[in-house]
Design a protein around this ligand. Structure first.
Ligand code: NI
Length: 177
């Protein structure tokens, strides 16, 4: 397993529609997930989508442990989500600050559905079916957007709420997500 280079915004490979995974529990899939975990961990991210390391498959991983350095970040269980289907459970959205490993050092205010059902499969092909809200729902929407070629700046409604973390939040030590 190895830490892979994360593609940055501007790379056309981030704009593709990713393809469904058809074979589960395979060596290739295990290797991909190992690389994704290593890469996410090395960069201290909360999520990563396969297209971000140049693999055009509908695979995302995410998860956050409670961390005293980031008291505002809610815990999200470590999850492998493949071929996801997202269903908003209400039209209500809320704004929240997001970052992305494909835009290091940047932050933007992005509206996301507050309540969400997501379905998909894990690496063994077992079904995942969860109903979530808040930060967990935000992370899933952000990661799954990568599978449709969408990066969070494309969802910012007021571009005045987009910029470098160090300028937007000079007092905080903020990680790239
Ligand atoms: Ni991202």
């Amino acid at each position: 397993m190895s830490v892979r280079k994360v593609l940055r915004m501007g790379d056309a490979r981030l704009l593709r529609h990713a393809e469904e995974v058809t074979a589960f529990d395979s060596e290739e899939l295990q290797e991909l997930l190992g690389d994704m975990r290593d890469t996410m961990q090395a960069l201290d991210g909360v999520g990563l989508a396969a297209p971000q390391i140049g693999i055009n498959l509908r695979v995302v991983i995410f998860g956050v442990e409670s961390n005293p350095r980031y008291p505002d970040a809610e815990e999200v269980p470590h999850t492998v989500l493949i071929n996801p289907i997202l269903t908003p459970l209400s039209p209500s959205k809320e704004d929240g600050w997001e970052g992305c490993l494909s835009l290091p050092g940047m932050r933007g205010l992005v509206p996301r559905f507050t309540h969400l059902r997501y379905q998909g499969r894990d690496q063994f092909g077992a079904l995942i079916d969860r109903t979530v809200s808040g930060f967990h729902a935000r992370v899933v929407q952000h990661e799954c957007d990568h599978l449709d070629g969408l990066l969070y700046p494309m969802r910012i409604e007021d571009m005045r709420n987009f910029g470098f973390s160090s300028e937007l939040f000079p007092d905080k030590n903020i990680r790239d997500e």
